[in-house]
Structure formats: C-alpha cells, structure tokens
Design a protein around this ligand. Structure first.
Ligand code: GDP
Length: 442
C-alpha cells in the first residue's frame, strides 16, 4: 500500500537524519521534498502546499533546530499532520432503525458489491443479524454476484430479478428483514461508469424513500484524483455519511486517502485491501499515517488475525501440540486460516519496517498451493498418521496426484517432521527453562 509515497517520504526525511545540526535551509529542502511526494501521490497541490507550509511553520516554531533529537521531533510533526489531514479519529457506523439500513453507493467497478458483502460478513462476525438487498436493477450480473457472495458468507440476499424499481425492492427487503428478525439491512445500489445525473437522482430518491441511518460512498483509491472528484460530486447530491476506499492493495498512490477528508469533510470509515471477503479494515487515521511513514500497522494486523482465527480451533491445536499429536489435518487448517487473513504481501507490509521489503518480495497467494495440493492428495488416514508417508509408493502416488514431484513431497515431510521435533523439545522443557530461553533470545 502506497509504497511509492512511503519511499519518497522516507527519502525526504532522510535528508535530516544523521545531521548533527539542522538548519532552516535543510528543513526547507525536506519540506519541499515532502510536498513533491504528496503531489506525486495525487494529493491536490493546494492541500499539499497548505500542509507542508504548516509542517514547516510548526517545525520552526517548535524549535526543531535546538531539540535534543531533531529528526524524531520532525517526523512526529509530519505524522501528526498526516493524522490530522485524514480526520484524526475513527468513525463508527450509525445504526438506527429496525432494521437499521446501510446504503452503499458509488461508480461501477469501484467495489460496491464486494464491499457490501464484506461489511455484511464483518457485522455478522460481531454477532449481528444482517441481510443484503440487491437494488441494482440494471445489471443482472451484479445481483448474481451478490447472491454468490451472500452464499459464501452465509448471509441472506434479498433480490427481485423481475422488478425494475429499486425503491420497491429496498422497501420489500426492509419488510422481509423485519419479519425475519434481521437488524441490519445493507442495500447494494446501481452504479454507472461515469458521474451521471439520472443515476444521482435515482440514488437521491432511494435515500429519501428509505431513510438509511448510514450511507456509504465507495470509491476506488487507484483512481486517485478521480476518486476525490466522485466523492465531491456524490456529496453534492446525496450527502453521504462516510467513504469507503477500495483497492488499496493495488497501485493506489495515496492521494484519495489523504485528500478526501479535506475536500468533502466526510470521514473515511473503511478501507478495502483485496478481493477476499476478509480484506476489510476500519479506517484509523493514526494507523494509516504510520503505514504511510513506513512504520507498519501492527494493530490492524492483530485485528485481522483475531477475526480470521477461530478460538476454539486454536485451543484444540494447543492441546494437540502439547500431546505431540500434530498431523497434516492441523497443518492444512492452519494454512487455510493464514490464507483467510488476506493477501500475504499485504500482511507482511503491515509489520513495522517491512513495507519496502514487502514491495520487492516475490510471493503471492499461490505460494501455498503446492503444499495444499500435496496434503489434499493424501488419504484421510495418511493425513492423521504422517508416519505412513515413509512408504515410497505412497509418496509417488501423492506426488502424481498433486501434480508435484517426490522431492517436493519429501521436502514437505522433512519440514513437517522438524516442526514436530521442535515442538516435542519445547514440550519437554520446564517453564523455567522456557523462560531462560526467551530471555536469551531477547
Ligand atoms: P461494483 O461495480 O462497484 O459493485 O464493483 P465490484 O464489487 O463488482 O468490484 C469490481 C472489481 O473490483 C471486482 O473484480 C472485485 O473483485 C474487485 N475489487 C473490489 N474491491 C477490491 C479491493 O479492495 N482490491 C482489489 N484488488 N480488488 C477489488
């Protein structure tokens, strides 16, 4: 996410790093570099100039020149400014009514339908009763897409394929939600390829008729300034409550994340970082500023892990590790849990200091595929009794079945064995020995 911006900002900040004394001249140079980095990231020039002028003023006012640690103080000023620019605090959804209605609007391809389903999944994971309604009456494919996603996440999708009146569909959906005890109804609405008055009118009418307690505008962050323009245009017509930025996993340059708040004075509420249903996070300006400055985002990573990992499963696994009974079924379930957390590169970039490293890392989500294929080619008996796999003809069969080679099967078995051995050793240690080991590592 925003690798170029992070790199450019770090370069700019490096100018100050290691300088014994900092002068007004090198502050001015650094600030100029920061402004260039922001403009290149597609932040409107006026906003970029305004905030860099403020950074400069503050740096000089707060006596960076004579501070004990001028570089740190300067980074802190830049960080604070970025947080402020993005709105300072997290904004929750407004959920009022029975059902509470959340309306999703945006241009075609922005990621509305995907987001509607992701949000339903997130709310469901919080124990809420959710229903989705397909109100795009122009694209039957969009209705179908929502139905498929709904099935995947186990959320009912209300649709009326023959009906061409979105207000009627939404009203019926709300009635149905109420009748079956669903507390939140998410409306996926129609988009257009460009900003279009007919569409705007339709969405404004829908909003007026349904009175959603929350209206969210979905914009594609990869489109930079265009996303900001869409945010401005929709704001004039539907006065939405919050923005959802999508596709931050792609080549998004950061301009939309940094300028939307300043341009429309509406908070960003969610960010989407992939096509998978889990790749959704609440938007925290402070965490985003940390990411932009390459400091990682451990808190979001932990939240994702908590959502993806099944506590019951973790407890069961712990027991098995203690008894040294780990088998390939466990291995497979762990692999799948990690995959559920989202894109690997994205996850690595959330670790502090790893964002630039992640950029050049050559891994993708297919990295686990051969391992998964090998395990899936094992019989249930082999999965639960890895010892059986010492038999060469079994190995040959598995390699053929998974489209891999015997060497790859051997490698997996070797790694699995050494993992089991390590766990066995850990199990034999006394708590005191474990503590000593941990201390040594630190
Ligand atoms: P809609 O036309 O606004 O409903 O957009 P869709 O939800 O159909 O999304 C358009 C395309 O973008 C689909 O292929 C989605 O899988 C993809 N997409 C949506 N959100 C994201 C995201 O955060 N990252 C990436 N890489 N793709 C996304």
């Amino acid at each position: 996410m925003f690798e170029n911006l992070t790199q450019r900002l770090n370069q700019a900040l490096k100018t100050l790093k290691g300088k014994g004394t900092i002068t007004e001249i090198n502050i001015a140079t650094t600030v100029k570099e920061i402004r260039k980095a922001l403009v290149e990231a597609d932040v409107n020039y006026k906003i970029a100039k305004q905030i860099t002028d403020q950074i400069k003023e503050e740096a000089i006012g707060r006596k960076v020149l004579i501070a004990v640690n001028p570089n740190e103080l300067f980074v802190k000023i830049v960080y604070d400014k970025l947080v402020e620019l993005m709105g300072s605090q997290r904004h929750d959804l407004n959920l009022k009514g029975d059902p509470a209605i959340i309306m999703i609007a945006g241009l075609n391809g922005a990621g509305k339908t995907t987001f509607a389903a992701k949000l339903a999944k997130l709310l469901k994971s919080q124990g809420r009763q959710v229903m989705l309604a397909a109100c795009d009456v122009y694209r039957p494919a969009a209705v179908e897409q929502l139905k498929v996603l709904g099935e995947q996440i186990g959320v009912e999708v209300y649709a009326e394929p023959e009906n061409t009146n979105p207000i009627a569909i939404a009203t019926n959906a709300a009635q149905r939600a109420k009748a079956v005890g669903k507390k939140i109804l998410i409306l996926d609405t129609a988009g257009r390829l460009t900003l279009d008055q007919v569409l705007m009118q339709e969405i404004a009418d829908l909003k007026k008729a349904l009175q959603p307690s929350e209206t969210l505008l979905v914009v594609d962050a990869m489109t930079g300034q265009d996303a900001v323009n869409a945010a401005v245009a929709f704001n004039q017509r539907i006065d939405y409550d919050g923005v959802v930025l999508t596709k931050l996993d792609g080549d998004a340059r950061g301009g939309a994340a940094l300028s939307i708040r300043a341009e429309v004075n509406k908070p960003i509420k969610f960010i989407s970082t992939g096509e998978k249903m889990e790749a959704l996070d609440y938007f925290y300006p402070d965490r985003m500023a940390q990411r932009i400055l390459g400091m990682g985002d451990v808190l979001s990573l932990v939240e994702r892990a908590q959502r993806a990992f099944d506590e019951e499963e973790a407890r069961r696994l712990n027991q098995k590790i203690r008894k040294n009974q780990l088998d390939f079924n466990d291995f497979l379930s762990q692999l799948r849990q990690i995959k559920r957390m989202g894109n690997l590169k994205e996850l690595i970039s959330m670790i502090p200091g790893m964002s630039t490293f992640a950029k050049n890392l050559n891994i993708d989500d297919d990295a686990f595929k051969p391992i998964e294929a090998i395990i899936l080619s094992m019989t249930p008996q082999e999965r639960s009794k890895p010892e059986l796999l010492q038999n060469p003809s079994r190995k040959k069969r598995i390699a053929a079945g998974s489209g891999t080679s015997v060497t790859e099967v051997n490698n997996l078995l070797k790694n699995f064995e050494s993992m089991r051995n390590m766990m066995k050793k850990m199990n034999q240690l006394t708590p005191a020995q474990l503590q000593k080991m941990n201390k040594k590592r630190r």
